[in-house]
Design a binder for this molecule. Structure first.
Ligand SMILES: *[C@@H]1O[C@H](CO)[C@@H](O)[C@H](O)[C@H]1NC(C)=O
Length: 217
């Protein structure tokens, strides 16, 4: 019986261990020195004598962000770049606001699984597996949806009112690659013939998409 319990606990620990996205920490805190020129995996720790409560604090998700942009959505990050105390802790949040019809376009987070909680409104959300299966659902206030690590996903406001979610990540800095911008607005630009062949369209159409998605000066 004891052996069984030990086996169960070991298996449980292994499963938990395997689910960790960022590396585990080796000390209580390692508040990021964001201005350090030293490059490590994450950020170097600042001097503990200058660490204070504000290193672990952020008020930037308290209010809705402006959604008056082309896509009608805004992601406000609460990651290690905003909260230096998150360095080495392996978690972060975002707030996403959506105008009616607003879209957070298909994108991936290379370093984290995401779990969203709907604050307000109704959204169509989904992700696509590596077998090219779309897993999607409409979710509303108080409900939760999960986007597994690395998979392409999106959210769209399908209600008449503004919508918002809180998103949690198992990484201090999940990273985002938004597919349309990644392919059509990279610097230097991805060659037209590459995109033309990949999408089976003409280079004129490639150039049209590129001009629409070009970063606004
Ligand atoms: C969005 O709205 C805010 C507040 O009204 C304004 O300050 C900002 O310039 C607007 N942005 C765009 C892109 O229109």
């Amino acid at each position: 019986m004891e052996a069984f319990v030990a086996l169960f606990l070991t298996t449980f620990a292994l499963v938990l261990g395997a689910a960790v996205a960022d590396p585990d920490l080796l000390q209580d805190i390692c508040v990021a020195d964001l201005s350090s020129g030293v490059k490590v995996n994450g950020f170097p720790c600042k001097n503990p004598s200058s660490v204070g409560a504000d290193d672990f604090f952020f008020a930037g998700l308290a209010k809705p962000g402006f959604t008056n942009n082309t896509l009608g959505s805004l992601v406000t990050g609460a990651n290690v770049e905003k909260i230096p105390g998150l360095n080495t802790l392996g978690v972060s949040l975002s707030r996403i606001d959506y105008a009616p019809g607003g879209l957070n376009p298909p994108h991936t987070h290379p370093r984290a699984t995401e779990i969203v909680f709907v604050l307000e409104g109704e959204l169509e959300v989904g992700f696509i597996t590596t077998s090219n299966v779309l897993i999607s659902k409409s979710i509303r206030k108080g409900e939760i949806f999960v986007f597994p690590k690395g998979l392409v996903h999106f959210q769209k406001n399908i209600g008449m009112m503004p919508a918002s979610v809180i998103a949690a990540f198992n990484s201090q800095l999940p990273g985002t690659q938004s597919l349309a911008a990644t392919l059509f607005a990279a610097t230097p630009t991805v060659p037209d013939d590459v995109l033309s062949k990949a999408f089976q369209i003409g280079t004129k159409q490639v150039q049209k998409i590129k001009s629409r998605l070009a970063p606004k000066k």
